[in-house]
Design a protein around this ligand. Structure first.
Ligand SMILES: Nc1ncnc2c1ncn2[C@@H]1O[C@H](COP(=O)(O)OP(=O)(O)OP(=O)(O)O)[C@@H](O)[C@H]1O
Ligand SMILES: [Mg+2]
Length: 335
């Protein structure tokens, strides 16, 4: 079994535990028996388990590492968490993956230490043959209410939009506001759970905001990265750089986060909310994925009024529907 086939077998199980042999046979144009032989090999290695029989057989990835550690926040240093929990669990992974985990976990634990006011910080690490997942959970104020309070925002959901823009910090003397933005971009999955809101950033999809039932106190962060990821930390930083400018001069903003449930983007105040702090960037890519239409006043505020006030910030709309593009073009013509 080549490393590529091994990866697709594990990924197929992670996606759906049933009908695995049949799906693999289709995917690789092999017989179901060959696909079953791959599964048997991984079972013997102890990285997957099977339950049931015949066509109803289900496979699951075995948790190879499962660690849970609770720290008192006072006097905690992020390096300690790295040394005690994370580093020993990822030491055999490729150097680029280890570097990503070092960066991401120290940033997120540092956030819990510096910003949460929590009593405790819990770190959970789960590793199977495909992925490593780390949770950092604190029992402090909660990230969205902290940002809502600091920025005097009307709605905690606007805190998520501000986080997604990047360069957001409530403590500019000691911080720059890089952490969550870049950690979310280096992970395959990055989720924030706080109160009843869930911000989901998935490398393969669009940023989403979900509302559910109220969770525990504080902030819970989930980070997942595939163990054989080829992503490289520096190349992610480079994606948000502009030649001749200090680092992090470019951002990408999921416009759908400005659109609260059932709302259309029509008003100037929504436009002002969206463009808040855009002037801190040289380039802002506006990703309209998931936005069907926008109103004239909203578009005028963003593409004409903001642009005239801040000519050195370049706005680049992407993924526009025909409707959105028509309104955009009309506004651009008038400016
Ligand atoms: N666990 C947390 N609890 C409460 N608020 C948080 C938590 N984590 C982050 N925040 C809030 O989110 C903001 C953004 O975090 P982020 O890591 O992106 O930037 P930063 O920590 O301020 O700066 P940097 O990461 O560059 O040092 C923080 O300034 C803080 O207000
Ligand atoms: Mg930070």
């Amino acid at each position: 079994m080549t490393p590529d086939i091994r990866h697709t077998v594990l990924a197929a199980i992670a996606q759906d535990k049933s009908n695995v042999a049949a799906r693999l046979a289709d995917l690789h144009h092999v017989t179901r028996q060959s696909a079953s032989a791959w599964l048997t090999k991984l079972k013997r290695e102890g990285v997957i388990t099977a339950s049931g029989a015949g066509r109803g057989i289900c496979y699951q990835l075995v948790p190879l590492v499962h660690l849970r550690r609770i720290y008192a926040r006072s006097n905690l240093h992020e390096d300690r968490v790295w040394r005690e929990v994370i580093a020993p669990s990822v030491q055999d992974l490729p150097a680029n993956v280890r570097d990503i985990w070092h960066y991401a976990t120290t940033e997120i634990v540092n956030n819990a230490i510096d910003h949460s006011q929590a009593k405790e910080v819990m770190v959970v690490l789960l590793r199977d043959a495909l992925n490593t997942t780390v949770y950092v959970v604190d029992n402090g104020e909660g990230i969205f209410s902290k940002i809502q309070r600091a920025l005097n925002l009307f709605d905690p959901r606007d805190a998520i939009l501000e986080i997604a823009k990047g360069k957001l910090t409530t403590d500019p003397v000691h911080h720059t506001g890089d952490g969550i933005f870049f950690v979310s971009k280096v992970m395959d999955d990055f989720n924030i759970y706080c109160d009843k809101l869930n911000f989901m950033h998935c490398d393969m999809g669009v940023d989403m905001l979900l509302e559910g039932i109220k969770g525990g106190p504080g902030t819970k962060i989930l980070m997942r990265l595939v163990n054989n990821s080829i992503r490289n930390l520096q190349s992610v930083f480079d994606q948000f750089a502009v030649a001749g400018e200090p680092a992090f001069a470019k951002t990408i903003v999921p416009v759908r986060l400005a659109q609260h449930e059932g709302e259309q983007l029509v008003s100037r105040s929504q436009g002002k909310r969206l463009t808040m702090r855009f002037d801190q960037f040289k380039v802002v890519i506006l990703d309209f994925d998931g936005v069907k239409e926008i109103g004239q006043a909203f578009a005028d505020q963003v593409f004409r009024v903001f642009q005239q006030l801040h000519p050195t910030t370049k706005l680049v709309p992407i993924h526009m529907t025909e409707c959105v593009e028509n309104v955009y073009r009309r506004v651009i013509k008038q400016s």
